[in-house]
Design a protein around this ligand. Structure first.
Ligand code: 5GP
Length: 118
């Protein structure tokens, strides 16, 4: 799974607009949209608009700028869903159950969350 090119993933098509999404927020660096299979009342995918397969592949200045920008926008994106308490999750690699090899931050909230996670 780690060999998959991010350009071959479903999120590439969502960024390109060839597959629809329920958009929450978009700017020059990132796109945020509702997860198709939410695990909580709020479950948003926040992704860089350019292809990055995972945390282990963050390398270029563009990657770092986009990820810093995304972190700085998360609270605003949460506010657009009406929450100011949430959990951010990034699943990296097969054992962590990353299923889409296009780096994405899960923004999860709207209910009491358990800790530690499974
Ligand atoms: P992962 O398991 O890779 O950390 O998370 C991938 C997430 O993408 C899952 O929560 C899954 O529900 C979501 N997802 C997969 N395909 C689509 C899709 O076509 N549209 C949307 N909105 N979410 C998707």
């Amino acid at each position: 799974a780690n060999q998959i090119d991010p350009k071959d993933t479903i999120f590439a098509k969502i960024v390109a607009g060839t597959i629809p999404c329920k958009k929450v927020y978009e700017d020059e660096y990132c796109l945020a949209f509702d997860d198709i299979n939410p695990v909580a009342p709020v479950h948003v995918m926040v992704i860089p608009k350019h292809p990055v397969s995972g945390v282990g592949n963050l390398a270029t200045e563009q990657d770092k700028k986009a990820m810093g920008h995304i972190m700085a926008k998360i609270h605003h994106i949460a506010s657009l869903k009406g929450i100011d308490s949430y959990r951010l999750v990034v699943n990296e690699g097969v054992q962590a159950q990353q299923s889409v090899r296009w780096l994405h931050i899960h923004l999860i909230g709207g209910r009491q969350l358990a800790w530690p996670p499974g």
